[in-house]
Design a protein around this ligand. Structure first.
Ligand code: C2E
Ligand code: MG
Ligand code: MG
Length: 630
């Protein structure tokens, strides 16, 4: 061989080597992407699927099986991954060949040789004459073998493939181990995330259980717990003040402007109160419009009065609502630890009582609990609870009292009066429940029951007394100015067939020029042909001068003016003035509370008054009784 020939041969070999290197490089790259793919598969996916796709062209094989040791059946391998579905799960007894591969050797052979017993059901899918390459591999943390098979007519695997396979087996084992580790960290991450989420939801649940959703303040149970903890840790001589806060007229605002406005008001009031508290003080919302404040600590009562005053003035700042402005106000009752109670419940009850004292006097004020208040009020609390229960149990009914023409004795109408008939059948008069019900915002429910009772019995009443009679229903001033309440009431009674048959008895305060009664309600009443009667005229603050401005259809003289009229010249003078005014304005007058013949005679003989109402004629009677007897 001459030099040039030698050189040519060397070149050919070099070219072959370069070519081989290039192929190896390509193969190596392909293998790396196979490993990448294997690492990127999700926990639930089979990591071998992408690997098979890459190995098949590199090794020019058509069938790949991954066999893995199984703990349950030592001495055999299970096919845990393959591109031949039918072979999945087949069991391979570990003979010499598989043992060699398991111990870390790459074995290139014909499929049949060296495997003592092919597993059942494999023979019909595989042939013993397929070129086969066995590579050791770590699978799922244990030893395994990857088996690559070519078709029968293909050449056997050469050394290049065997070397490539060895590299691959090494890399694949590492990759799988890394993937496992990766999975473990991912799993622990996932677990940690899950735990964090669980903890967060647990905290959210706890938060929800302890806080009011609207204002975010501690709720009834939580504030009780918080305050009881504070009380338990109080050092001797330490004082805490517990304030019971109630928003004045909240129900009215809620009814008048709707729940969204009510909610906004609650949130704003909570915010304003909170803004005035010290960082150690506590604020909680215990029900609809009621809040609890714990002023802790309190050094001097005078300090507390100042805190409370600051809160009240801040709350009272105007608050824009819809197109108007409301001036929220709150009533506050305060009880002191340890003087008025040693635990939350007692303090709350006492502060509540003090708050009610404010409500019954000047709303928007503050009152401090005294033990006297406690003694008087426990009775009242019992009544309150009973009234609430009575409303739920529908124990309020309508009693009727006749209005008569005192000149001829004819019945001209009836006044509907509320009666609370308790479970024992005892009928209680309004003086026992009306003012408390009004304070509790329950009067509307009572009126509702009375009207329902009356309307239900109207056909029977008409049948008995004639359908020409008028019926009067009493409405408190607060109700008269409550537009939603009044509209609802009017809708109920202004049925076409009842036109001209209903009168609303209201008191002078309802006509307050700033209230909506004159502007909104009265025109609607007129439109529905419902009359207005001015009740209790002559009691308290009635003003003769004002009478001429009021647009009413009837004036009812208060019983205080009627009682013993024949013996009271001063009352007689007032009566004469009212009468002449009524005559001028053409407004009929009703004398209410006529109890004696002497009083009745006075009206007959000395006045022109035609209509009277009183025990002399008729005592109010529950509908049931009235309809039974004559
Ligand atoms: P009022 O509207 O002035 O009703 C007249 C009251 O005088 C009734 O008392 C009636 O029983 C009583 N009365 C009638 N004739 C005589 C008499 O000859 N002698 C005496 N001593 N009393 C007489 P009642 O039923 O206790 O009602 C008291 C007040 O309660 C009513 O005064 C009215 O302002 C209010 N009221 C009654 N029912 C309702 C109601 O359904 N809603 C509202 N908002 N207030 C009601
Ligand atoms: Mg009345
Ligand atoms: Mg009256």
């Amino acid at each position: 061989m001459d030099d040039s020939e030698e050189l040519r041969e060397t070149l050919v070999v070099m070219r072959q080597q370069v070519e081989q290197l290039r192929t190896e490089a390509t193969h190596a790259n392909l293998l790396l992407s196979a490993l990448d793919a294997m690492l990127e598969t999700d926990a639930g996916d089979d990591p071998f699927t992408p690997v098979f796709a890459i190995l098949t062209p590199i090794f020019e094989c058509h069938c790949i099986l991954v066999l893995n040791e199984r703990n349950q059946t030592p001495g055999s391998l299970e096919c845990v991954a393959t591109n031949r579905r039918a072979l999945l799960g087949t069991l391979w007894p570990v003979g010499k060949l598989l043992a060699k591969a398991l111990s870390g050797h790459v074995v290139s052979t014909l499929s049949g040789s060296g495997i003592e017993a092919w597993p059942d059901g494999v023979m019909d899918k595989l042939s013993r004459n397929q070129p086969a390459l066995y590579l050791p591999i770590a699978v799922h943390g244990s030893h395994g073998v990857m088996l690559l098979l070519r078709d029968v007519d293909q050449p056997g695997f050469d050394r290049t493939h065997a070397a490539l396979a060895r590299k691959f087996s090494l890399l694949a084992s590492h990759a799988l181990a890394a993937r496992r580790a990766n999975l473990a960290t991912r799993e622990s991450h996932r677990l940690r995330n899950l735990t964090a989420k669980l903890k967060a939801s647990q905290e959210a649940l706890l938060y929800r259980a302890n806080h009011d959703q609207l204002t975010g303040l501690p709720n009834r149970t939580h504030i009780r717990e918080q305050i009881n903890v504070r009380l338990a840790n109080k050092s001797p001589g330490g004082v805490l003040a517990l304030a019971y806060v109630d928003i004045d007229g909240f129900k009215h605002i809620n009814d008048m402007h709707g729940h969204a406005v009510g909610d906004a008001l609650l949130m704003e009031v909570a915010r304003r109160i909170q803004a005035e508290l010290r960082s150690a003080d506590l604020l909680g919302r215990i029900s609809g419009d009621e809040f609890i404040i714990a002023f802790d600590p309190v050094d001097e009562r005078a300090d507390l009065a100042r805190f409370v005053q600051r809160i009240q003035s801040r709350v009272q700042l105007p608050m824009p609502i819809e197109n108007a402005e409301v001036h929220p106000s709150i009533s506050i009752g305060v009880a002191f630890y340890p003087e008025h109670g040693l635990d939350y419940e007692t303090l709350r009850r006492h502060a509540d009582l003090a708050m009610y004292r404010v409500k019954s006097g000047m709303k928007g004020g503050v009152s401090f609990f005294t033990h006297d208040l406690g003694r008087n009020a426990s009775q009242k609390l019992i009544v309150e609870r009973r009234i609430k229960h009575a409303i739920d149990a529908r124990e309020f009914h309508c009693a009727l009292q006749r209005k008569v023409n005192i000149r001829n004795g004819a019945i001209v109408g009836f006044e509907a009066l509320a009666r609370w008939v308790d479970a024992d059948g005892v009928a209680h008069e309004p003086s026992t429940f009306l003012s408390i019900a009004a304070k509790l915002d329950l009067l509307d429910d009572i009126t509702e029951h009375v009207v329902t009772d009356l309307l239900r019995h109207l056909p029977a009443l008409d049948a008995k007394f004639g359908s020409h009679l008028r019926y009067s229903v009493n409405i408190s001033a607060a109700q008269a100015m409550n537009i939603p309440f009044m509209l609802k009431l009017l809708r109920r009674i202004s049925h076409a067939e009842r036109h001209g048959r209903f009168t609303l008895e209201i008191t002078e305060e309802s006509f307050a020029s700033s209230g909506p009664f004159l502007t909104h309600i009265l025109p609607t009443l007129r439109a529905c042909d419902i009359s207005v009667s001015l009740d209790d005229f002559g009691a308290g603050y009635s003003s003769l001068a004002k009478l001429s401005e009021l647009i009413v259809d009837e004036i009812k003289l208060d019983r205080s003016l009627v009682a013993s009229i024949h013996q009271r010249p001063r009352s007689q003078v007032i009566l004469r003035a009212v009468e002449s005014l009524g005559a001028t304005l053409n407004i009929p007058i009703v004398a209410e509370g006529i109890e004696t013949n002497a009083e009745n005679d006075y009206f007959l003989e000395h006045t022109g008054i035609a209509i009277g109402q009183g025990f002399l004629y008729h005592k109010p009677q529950l509908l049931r009784g009235l309809l039974q007897r004559t």
